[in-house]
Design a protein. Sequence first.
Length: 333
Amino acid sequence: MLLSGPMIYLRISVVLFLQLVTQIHAYQLGIEQFELYQHRLQGKKIGFVVNHTSKINGLKSIDFFKNHHINIVKLFALEHGTLGNSSNGAIINNSKDPDTNIEIVSLYQKNKKTISPDDFKGIDLILYDVQDIGVRFYTYVSSLFNIIDASIKYQIPLIIFDRPNPFLNLVQGPVLKDIYKSFVGKVRVPIVYGMTQGELSDFIISEYFPKQSHQITVIELSNFQRRDGFIFDNIPPSPNLRLLEAINMYPTLALLEGTEISIGRGTWSPFTQIGYTDERFGNHTFFPISLSGLSEDPLHLGKTCYGENLIETKMIGFDYSLSKKNLWPFPRT
């Protein structure tokens, strides 16, 4: 059923702040500066919060540490898993790493988003290196909060490796109010918060744990300037953010996911198109299907959606207003 009454306008504003850099970056990520923290790892039983984005000199960081005789005893999985191949919202179960047989403890299970003493049992030191995208409702922000909280609570030292986020030159959207806190919004920051991984960690500590003793170290980016931009290097931070354009549109289009408007999940180009099952909605069409590891049960599964291809309409780089259309069918939910 379509809403009746006044015309509904939805304004989408997206400004292009991402830079696609193809050459090797001149700066160093936190984890790449092995000489700064190597001595901290020697002789320790280490838990590693990690996924497929974590590499050192092109080598998977787990393999790099193994080659340097670092004792990784547990891996911790966030949403999408350590391999980054589980779809959004999919429950991650405890398992073993297929290459190393190291135990994987899931921090993204049904009814379990916090960290228990058993999770950290037998660990002397925690490492954290996961590529975030700088958006509050991306669940890695809440996971980072929980890891910092558990490190302080259980007195386990934590090393967080700094990384640039895609939207470092942008701060946009309302600051979260505490009454709306959930796992897709736990930290009092704007929707797009404009901080690196290390800066966000420092903010969480100073804002939420200012007077508590802790042993948390941030290995900062080296030789990094904000104008250096975000290096995509064709490693999607999560399965549905496969394109730089999709990352750029994510902060806006993800807000539509509480409606009956599809943002292209169930296709190979999510977050670059929008549509609804009414041909009046637009000339562009797509057909959501079940895609393992991307979206098994997408909105409007098996139905033709009509709307806009936002890359072709050059949405990126300037304000794009759907109110320019004479019709905006918006289903009641």
